[in-house]
Write a protein that binds this ligand. Sequence first.
Ligand code: ASP
Length: 225
Amino acid sequence: MDGATGQAGAVSGINKVKSPIELAYTIMNHSPHVMLSGKGAEQFAELHGLASVAPEYFITQSKLNQINKVLSQKDSMSLSFYDPNIKASKMGTVGAVALDQSGNLAAGTSTGGMTNKKHGRIGDSPIIGAGTYADNASCAVSATGHGEFFIRNVVAYDIAAQMKYKNLALKEAAQASIDRLSKLDGLGGVIALDRNGNIAMPFNTNGMFRAYAKANGEIVIELFD
Ligand code: ASP
């Protein structure tokens, strides 16, 4: 999502496009739509010359191990996005928020989704306002976590709305949204950035791989609380 224009692009339910985030960006810039899904999205990608791969390209041993572990548990209905052995989940959702020197914000989120989800399930990542949001007037947000909670609580927009309508600072707004999730037992976190370069990265799990880089060269990488 582009915080300067309010334009957004999203894609869901695909397994042949090499770079789904590039497809989302192409949908934003070259279609009148916000979200395309499934076959139509893949046709659109082909039309615009985006690289395609066999679905197997996305299968990794660590993800296979993760799903086999979940399936071997008694309750195979359980969904997981977070592995206590955080090394096993480092290939999960990737989110980015950015601010340019003109004060423009942008947010992007890409994911394979939760482990052991139903075929056809769409998470929060491509849903504007839930897992991804950007508006120059407030902030840019990218989320990770149990998507259903982020959708039901419109978390990314919730943070922006509190800044816009309640005049909260980014840190307070982001923390308040995560606190609301905690009360509902919804797990996850966000990375968020406002137009003054303030950064907030609250989460209610044991860890969330996160990092930031500032214009002055400062780079910070954090894994756990
Ligand atoms: N939020 C993603 C989903 O619900 C999962 C994740 O962040 O790992 O699909």
